[in-house]
Structure formats: C-alpha cells, structure tokens
Design a protein around this ligand. Sequence first.
Ligand code: ATP
Length: 362
Amino acid sequence: MPGITLKNVKKSYGAYEAIHHLDLEVADGEFLCLLGPSGCGKTTTLRMIAGLENLSSGELAVGPRVVDCPERATFIAPEKRGMGLVFQSYALWPHLTIEQNVEFGLKLRKVAKADRQKRTAEVMEALGIGKYGSRYPSQLSGGQQQRVALARMLAVNPDVLLLDEPLSNLDARLRLEMRAELKRIHDQFSTTIVFVTHDQWEAMTLADTIAVMNEGTLQQLGKPDDIYERPANRFVAEFVGSPPINILEFDQPGELVQGAKRFLALRHPEISGIGSVGIRPEAISLVSGKDGLAEGDFGAPAKVAAILPTGGSWILELETGDQTIFMNTHVAPSVHEGDRMWFRVPARALNVFDLKGDRIFA
Ligand code: ATP
C-alpha cells in the first residue's frame, strides 16, 4: 500500500489562501487523522489528495508517483489514483438496491459474478447491513446509508481510503462500533487511511498519527499520546482535551502564577520568556497539605469549590487564591465542597509555552 507525501502545498480559492504551506507525510499503511476546527482546511487537504481539487502550488505524491504538481503541469485524474472515498454527504444510487450499490464498484471493475457476490455479502455482513440487501437507499436511516457508503467503498479494496467525517450521522453506540470496525479493517488490510474529523476522541481512538490543523496550517503531527501530553503549542493544548487544559497566563497577577514562576525559575533557571503554563485536569491530584508534595511536584493551597459528577468520573473546581482550576478524576473523591487542601502536579506534567505560545521543552 502506498504512502502519501505533500510537499510545500498551497491552495487558494481566488484571493483566499485556504492552505498556506503544508508538508505532510502519511506512511504506507498508516491511519492518519486530520483533526481541527471547522474551516481549518481538513476537507480541502483530503480533496486535494483525492484529486477533486488541484494544488495551487507544491507537490503531491502517492507512493513514488507524483499525482499533482502545478509547477510540472502534472495532474492525475481522481479515478486513476487508486483511492476510495467516503464523504459526509455520501451519494448512493437511489434506483439501485443496497446490494447493487455495494456491488457497483466491483461490476465496474469487471469482477466475476460469483466473486462479486461473495465480496459484497462479506462487507455487508461486516458493516451490519446484511439484512438490508434488497431495500433501496430511501428506505434506510441516515446512519444505515452511511454504512452502505462505507461498504461500497470497502468492497473494491482501495489502496488508500479517504474518509471525511464518515461517522457523523451515526448515534453514539454505532459510532463506537464503526470505529472498532474501521480499526479492524485497517489492521486486516493495512490500507493507508486518511480520516478527517473535528472530534478529538474520534481521532484519539482511531489514529496511528494525528495531524492537527488550524487556519490552513499544520500545528502538530504526532502520535495521539504526544498530541495530548506534549502539545506543540497553545492551540493544540487547548483544542485537545476535555475538560480543557488549565492555563496560567504569566502576564497575569495572582498567587498561583507567581508560585508557578518561582517554581520554574528554581527548577529551570536556564529558561526565560515563559508566556504561560498549561496543566491538564487529569494531571492534578489533591493532598491534605504541603507535606503531601513529593520532590519535584508543583503545588499550592486549594479550596474545593464544587464537585461535578460526570458519570464514572468527577470534575473538581478548585479555588487557588485568585484563580479557578479544574481537575478530573476517575476515583470517587473523598473530599467535600469547602474542604481546604493542596493540589499537586508532577513537574513533568507542566506544559510550558513561550510568549508566542510554542512549547518550550519536550
Ligand atoms: P469543516 O470541518 O467545517 O468541513 P474544514 O476544516 O474541512 O472545515 P475546508 O472545507 O477545508 O475546512 O475549508 C477551508 C477554508 O477554505 C474555509 O475557510 C472555507 O470557507 C474555504 N473554502 C473551501 N472550499 C472553498 C471554495 N470552493 N471556494 C472558496 N473557499 C472555499
């Protein structure tokens, strides 16, 4: 299965530059998620890979083959790129049954009837639409239609799968099931997959690698754990994570900020120009007093202002003098609202950003 390489890719619509400068490598057999807020350029990137949009400049290669390079007047048509596509707005053939829809691509490729039927039955079964074979698309729910669209694409075993929010119409349970199914398909066929989503959990659960985008620029390319634990900048830190990361702005007054400044000055005297520090709610725990801090912990007095159960986990609102921070725990809290405690964070869980918002150390 081929990988995909984008080199210095730009894309403009008239005077508007949607993608500024994109270097991205999707390894052979990799499951890559393009993650970012609405309008950041995910779909545009996917459409360029598919060949539904041409690059304004730069180079796009699939395996060793350059498929789009305006400077060299190269453009390979979408149908010659060996890719399967499923978009959010999937178009099923309304006059064909579900079975005929799924079989369609195999027919086009002139696969023998018996093989065609076997493969069609296989993927329909895998996606849980086996019993709808003789229905028409209008007789299925949106979620069922979405699965038909996926089945139709999977039936032809494409080298590269391009998926744009393909699970967005499914309810929560089906979404989970389909994620697991997609992962199995990926493991089974080692297909290179590029998956567009604005849902961080979807990206975290599916991807080998996540490419976080914002405003037409790649912010970070990394494994899900890295994106979460070592965000490259403030944008990534704040986009990923729920409840969101706590940010201590170093240009703000307040005891907690002053404490963090003293702590970092002592621990890392070599660092200057700190703009902010981010602390994930999961990295925080409570101890009864200063004595509970271990060597290398950052901590401060904190009053438990509120305990919010979220079904299997709890969010605690902590008042630390003049700043409120949130912690998240999966263990039923033994503290009560109004209790005065200390919070602690291991030093390695402090995300330190410079004045521009870039991460200072790994
Ligand atoms: P969403 O999650 O909302 O689909 P996205 O990250 O996929 O967003 P894109 O659809 O790639 O974003 O759009 C990136 C930017 O390019 C947006 O500002 C969008 O308005 C603009 N854009 C996309 N297609 C066109 C077009 N055909 N003409 C002009 N501008 C466009």
